[in-house]
Design a protein around this ligand. Structure first.
Ligand SMILES: Nc1ncnc2c1ncn2[C@@H]1O[C@H](COP(=O)(O)OP(=O)(O)OP(=O)(O)O)[C@@H](O)[C@H]1O
Ligand SMILES: [Mg+2]
Length: 406
């Protein structure tokens, strides 16, 4: 595929001239950079990165590893040119994530053929649309949004409950929140609702899985106008909810409601994969801690590699900690994605909202966390969910009395 832009990482000009000469002759456009940082910054604008290993092995391997660890660069192949035909050397580059290694001395035709093969192979992968699409799409067209995080405690339920409540406040009785954190789901607690029926009951009623009005009878109405389908009351019941039922329930829910928001929890299994596949957009909760970021990177890598889910993803950075050791820019560059919304840290408001069972957009609408959650709802569903309304009601929730006394 001549004309494809190629990035050449090269510290030796004569060697670079040879490679550029060979590839330019068949029509490729090459940009040469001499250092790893510059290569990393420019990689996304190219269709292939060639690393010529003339300096230290370790630097070339490190660059290769960093590119491969960045989900946004997943569609870009990396080729290394090793100094010799030594098997150990070539294996080290393959282990660092190189997609191909060509040994010196090489024939011009071999270089040309390998470049072409790599570009073709990756073009096929790119055509399958990777999951890290950065735009949010048309908010008006998002009908199912799934909130997910590969790590627990990331704020997934807080996001799901508040976004759903913000949407429902603008358009009552047209939004359903489904708790698919099947083992330990706490959506009902966040809303101070007591479930008579749960998704475990609905999963046993095949007729209701097909009929919108029957399905609605398994949900509860919250005072905001939000309808809620609660998680099973005990972890063993979660096993009775199968992926096929979830597929049906989400389909029928769209006939009964305009929008469906799912708390998909933090476990990746057939059931959550069904939900993520069915969703128009995934709101992915991320928090600034290295282990959590690694988990998100490996989730994205898994989804891209398997091609299992090709849904748009909205990254929500939740500042869970009082001290900001990892900043938004670092999160974005380490994951290679753009963060669409950032939730500020607060030592009190989020906790109070859960303990009282009153979502922030309802109980504390003029606070920065509620405003950010309202804005996120707008980004996901359009202006209909823009401003959380003031709401003064003396509801206290599950631990309300207890908190008041202390
Ligand atoms: N930005 C924040 N600042 C301070 N506390 C927060 C913030 N976001 C969430 N919390 C608190 O962190 C806790 C976990 O939040 P939440 O239950 O929404 O996360 P989760 O990902 O659904 O967790 P789980 O894995 O248990 O389902 C809650 O007590 C919540 O109030
Ligand atoms: Mg949760």
């Amino acid at each position: 595929m001549p004309d494809s832009p190629i990035l050449l990482v090269e510290t030796d000009q004569p060697a670079g001239d040879v490679i550029t000469g060979v590839l330019a002759q068949v029509g490729y456009r090459l940009t040469t950079v001499t250092d790893a940082g510059e290569a990393f910054r420019q990689a996304a604008e190219h269709q292939l990165v060639i690393i010529d290993v003339l300096g230290a092995d370790a630097d070339a391997q490190q660059l290769c590893r960093e590119i491969r660890a960045t989900p946004a660069l997943a569609p870009i192949p990396v080729m290394c040119i090793s100094r010799t035909n030594d098997v150990e050397e070539r294996i080290r580059f393959l282990e660092a994530g190189a997609d191909d290694v060509i040994a010196r001395p090489f024939d011009a035709r071999e270089l040309e053929a390998r470049v072409e093969a790599l570009l073709l192979r990756f073009k096929r992968t790119r055509d399958r649309a990777p999951v890290t699409t950065l735009d949010l799409g048309d908010p008006g067209r998002n009908r199912i949004v799934a909130c997910f995080s590969p790590k627990g405690g990331a704020g997934t339920t807080t996001i799901a409950v508040n976004v759903a409540t913000a949407v429902a406040l603008r358009a009552p009785d047209r939004t359903l929140l489904v708790d698919l954190d099947l083992q330990w789901g706490q959506v009902a607690t966040h809303l101070n609702l007591k479930a008579r029926h749960t998704i475990a009951d609905l999963a046993q009623d095949s007729q209701a899985q097909h009929e919108p009005e029957l399905l609605r009878s398994y949900a509860m109405r919250h005072e905001s106008g939000l309808w809620v389908l609660a998680a099973p009351p005990s972890p063993e019941l979660s096993e009775t909810v199968h992926a096929a039922a979830i597929e049906l329930i989400l389909g029928t829910a769209l006939e009964a409601f305009d929008t469906v928001i799912v708390d998909a929890g933090s476990v990746l299994d057939e059931r959550s994969l069904t939900t993520l596949e069915r969703a128009d957009n995934i709101a992915l909760a991320v928090y600034p801690e290295i282990a959590a970021l690694r988990a998100v990177a490996s989730l994205l890598d898994y989804l891209n590699r398997t091609g299992a889910v090709t849904t748009r993803t909205t990254f929500v950075l939740n500042q869970l900690f009082a001290r900001q050791l990892v900043r938004l820019g670092q999160v974005e560059s380490s994951l290679g994605v753009k963060v669409a919304a950032e939730l500020p840290y607060d030592p009190f408001l989020y906790l109070k909202a859960v303990n009282e069972g009153v979502p922030l957009v309802l109980g504390a609408p003029r606070t920065p966390p509620a405003e950010r959650l309202g804005e996120l709802a707008t980004k996901l569903f359009g202006a209909a969910a823009s401003t959380p309304v003031e709401h003064h009601e003396g509801r206290r929730g599950l631990l309300g009395g207890l908190l008041k006394r202390t």
